[in-house]
Design a protein around this ligand. Structure first.
Ligand code: MN3
Length: 197
């Protein structure tokens, strides 16, 4: 079974003015779709497991990179929601306050992580065992490979923001954190992961 490109969970102009329709269009249609095509090309004729989580845990080289990028982008789109509640659910809020001191301190740490990642990569809020943690990863790397489970991510590859913010990654990161984070998605990831873990 080939990997399929999941539909975007919002209209391409839904993130404006923070992320333009043009950025979403190119990011989804060229980058995300490109990773899907590359995974399927690499899998052709091979007797490999085709679910992305297995590939992220066990594949190496280009197949790992492309599979992780498919997963990361699908997850990233779900982490963005301009119309949702602008704060975490009470249960996630309590956990963030316990771990980071306050929701604002968590946001500051996520922003620092996103801005500080050298080159292309991702900033993450993850469950590491029963602890919340902010972490960043380089290129395609996905925390699932390290045994952690993502709750939120921000894509900090230049293609995610360059058309809208040029070199000002910090402005893009702040706009995402203040206006676009899908707290409903993060909260439901938190609840299901706590049940699983
Ligand atoms: Mn990207």
């Amino acid at each position: 079974m080939p990997i399929e490109l999941p539909p975007l969970p919002f209209a391409k102009d839904a993130l404006e003015p923070h992320i333009s329709q043009r950025t979403v269009d190119i990011h989804y249609e060229k980058h995300h779709r490109g990773y899907v095509d590359k995974v399927n090309k690499a899998l052709k004729g091979k007797d490999e497991k085709t679910d992305l989580e297995s590939l992220i845990k066990t594949a190496n080289g280009d197949l790992y990179n492309h599979a992780a990028q498919v997963w990361n982008h699908t997850f990233y789109w779900n982490c963005l929601n301009p119309l949702g509640p602008n704060e975490p659910s009470q249960v996630l809020k309590d956990a963030l306050c316990a771990q980071f001191g306050s929701v604002q301190k968590f946001k500051d740490e996520l922003a620092e992580s996103a801005k500080g990642e050298f080159g292309s990569g991702w900033a993450w809020l993850v469950m590491d065992g029963d602890k919340l943690r902010v972490t960043s990863s380089t290129d395609a790397e996905n925390p699932i490979r390290e045994g952690m489970w993502p709750l939120l991510t921000i894509d900090v590859w230049e293609h995610a923001y360059y058309l809208d913010y040029q070199n000002e990654r910090g402005k893009y990161v702040s706009a995402v954190i203040e206006h676009l984070l899908n707290w409903q998605f993060a909260s439901s990831n938190f609840v299901s992961q706590r049940k699983a873990g």
